[in-house]
Design a protein around this ligand. Structure first.
Ligand code: CA
Length: 243
């Protein structure tokens, strides 16, 4: 996680660059105005094709992606960003007019780090952005962690299982890193939110379940998913012993 972009954060002097992907110009302008006033550097894209080019070329610190876009859906774009090796570390906040639970879960499963429902105030949006950016800073480098054939190297940001590379999203990586450095202990969802997400008040506890599911799926090939155990009524535990 210690990329060149993030090393600037320790000086506290870097200006964060936000890429806004929204086809409706008045809304895009309003968001851009609010973000610039809050001290962000702003890039804009009105469709997915432009957004893909911008995110690869500029490596922004965060993307705001509207759910409804003219060419591809915002959800598809989010999936693409998170799957693409060059962009998977870029946090995404989805802008949605849909308040239904299903859509929120779909958005998070698509890889979004957070979502915000329209209409929202510029102040609320800035608070969300700052919270997501803070979460990105909570991971520290450390020694290589080992658990029965599963290996996580924080420095190279690699996970290997039985000698094979395992691809994880940024949040799943952080979850696994936390679990592997705190084995044999049960953590509730809210404890995991505090420790892995950084205690953001806006994140719902079910978000943890979404990412646990994705982590287990990624660990399935070597049967390492058995290490991520559900403790009924209590939360989750990382253990190499049978549950
Ligand atoms: Ca739109």
């Amino acid at each position: 996680m210690l990329t060149g972009l993030q090393s600037d954060e320790h000086t506290g002097m870097s200006v964060k660059q936000i890429l806004i992907v929204e086809d409706e110009k008045p809304i895009r302008d309003m968001i851009a105005f609010g973000l610039r006033r809050a001290g962000f550097d702003v890039l804009e894209a009105e469709d997915c094709v432009t957004a893909r080019a911008r995110v690869v070329d500029n490596q922004p610190d965060l993307m705001l992606i509207d759910w409804m876009l003219p060419d591809t859906s915002g959800l598809e774009l989010t999936r693409w960003v998170k799957k693409n090796e060059a962009t998977s570390e870029v946090p995404v906040i989805m802008l949605t007019a849909r308040a239904e639970e299903d859509d929120k879960v779909r958005g998070l499963e698509g890889g979004a780090d957070d979502y915000i429902t329209k209409p929202f105030s510029p102040r609320e949006l800035v608070a969300r952005i700052e919270a997501v950016l803070r979460r990105g800073q909570t991971v520290g480098a450390g020694e290589v962690l080992n658990a029965d054939g599963l290996q996580l190297d924080p420095a190279s940001h690699r996970v290997r299982g039985s000698g094979e590379d395992i691809q994880l999203g940024p949040k799943e990586f952080k979850l696994l890193q936390f679990f592997m450095s705190h084995p044999e202990r049960v953590y509730s969802r809210s404890q995991l939110l505090d420790r892995v997400w950084g205690g953001n008040v806006y994140v719902e506890e079910r978000t943890v379940d979404v990412h646990i599911r994705r982590l287990r799926k990624a660990l399935e090939p070597g049967s390492f998913d058995r290490f991520v155990q559900t403790v009924r009524g209590a939360g989750y535990r990382f253990s190499t012993r049978a549950s």
